[in-house]
Design a protein. Structure first.
Length: 249
């Protein structure tokens, strides 16, 4: 949940980015120590990128490393994962997207049995390797920064199968750009999973709303359900983006 001062900082950065600690302190009428403390908290939430002596908004093409994202908003991701794991039925064939929320879901699924899982994410497959589930790793070109499989081989493999549900992760969701992600290559794989799934369920923690990244993943109409968190969204609401089923956990 963004504080009033954090919202003010975002508003200033929307007008000019980057800004120095000194500039922000003068605009907010607070000390530089207070600004640095706010920026540290905002960086942890993924709201800004700290630079030497100041901060900026994340660039559209800037993708934090997987292990960095894993530490941010982890409680929100875990609450989504625990809810979703309890909705998956034995006998279902599901696909798990690349991402830190789907990695949390994979951890919850290690407690389950009788489910078949397909994924293009090496991190997810590694977690599920310790389970009793049947796990299929999609082949392709390794995208080393994300430890995932991309490219034409991955897309062609996905299109040979049909999935009961695809659990989709995104980098941001914005009124103008819709559901977006950092990587063109990852997005092509996501679209292949969407095309081959009976139901598409977007897992979007509440900090993703109002943010935009490089490329649109899909139209909102292609999503069957959106699962997000209860609480303050600090501006844009899930209902602004999606008229289908929204589940708050």
């Amino acid at each position: 949940m963004a504080t009033d001062r954090e919202k003010d900082i975002l508003n200033f950065l929307n007008e000019k980015s980057p800004l120095s600690v000194e500039e922000l302190a003068a605009s907010l009428y607070v000390s530089e120590v207070t600004v640095r403390r706010d920026l540290a908290a905002m960086e942890k939430k993924g709201m800004i990128v700290r630079k030497r002596g100041g901060a900026s908004l994340p660039e559209l093409g800037f993708e934090p490393m997987f292990n960095q994202r894993q530490k941010k908003n982890n409680e929100l991701k875990q609450s989504i994962a625990k809810y979703v794991a309890n909705t998956i039925q034995e006998g279902e064939v599901i696909a798990l997207d690349v991402g830190t929320t789907t990695a949390e879901l994979a951890r919850e699924l290690t407690k389950r049995s009788g489910i078949t899982v397909f994924t293009s994410c090496i991190q997810v497959a590694s977690i599920l390797a310790k389970s009793n589930l049947q796990v299929y790793m999609i082949g392709g070109l390794i995208r080393k920064t994300e430890m995932s499989m991309v490219g034409s081989i991955a897309q062609e493999t996905i299109r040979k199968f049909t999935f009961d549900r695809f659990y989709l992760g995104v980098a941001g969701i914005n009124l103008e750009t819709g559901l977006t992600d950092y990587s063109i290559e990852e997005t092509e794989v996501k679209r292949a999973f969407i095309d081959r799934s009976k139901r598409v369920i977007a897992l979007v923690d509440r900090t993703k709303f109002g943010h935009s990244s490089l490329i649109q993943v899909c139209e909102a109409e292609q999503i069957d359900e959106m699962i997000t968190n209860k609480g303050d969204f600090g501006g844009e609401l899930p209902e602004d983006h999606f008229k289908g089923k929204i589940t708050y956990v």
